[in-house]
Design a protein. Sequence first.
Length: 229
Amino acid sequence: MTTEVSSASSAVTPRPASTAAKGGTNLTSDFDTFIKLLTAQAKYQDPTEPMDNTEYASQLAEFSMVEQQVLTNDNLGSALDQLGLGNMAALTGWVGMEVRSATAAHFDGTKAINIAPNPAASADEVTMIVRNADGDEVNRIDLPVSADPYNWDGTNFSGDIAPAGNYSFVVESKVDGEVVLSEVAEVYTSVRETRMQGNDVVLINDTGAAILATSVTALRDPGSGQEEA
């Protein structure tokens, strides 16, 4: 059974780690700078014309607001970190399942790899380029202008079966001989584990690659769907 995943963001809400860290750093920097300025202002004020009490109270209020901003940012970061861990726990049910995403797939030497091409609708020629783990071309296969799945049986340019290993599939769409779209086709790979990388949940597949959970477009039971050509 195949389940389409329209958006993995319903289970995963990634937060760029650099954004949160940068925000916290900026607030902390502003906080420290404010303290230094306020201290210097109080230390070097003209004793004959001291700072107005109202103005001083206003600055103290601003000081309190900056402090609260820093604390709020820290608490928000902690909450989002906990949310990420919860998302990873929720996706542990995907371990052992097959997910579809734009990545390389492992060919065991016998079992065909199910590929989901997505050529440009305007194309008049579509070619799928098969590459091994070293990036060498293994085969070029003409495909129809269709998103119908294709099963690669492991054959290379000479018609022999390629050795077992990891292979990627790039689909080129051409119009009048010019390439208008070139992208890695989506394939099904088995999920071995889930991990946290920063605040993102990633899936480790059978090739050892890390796939963002948000990039998954379909989920299915192991071994299903191979009858499609």
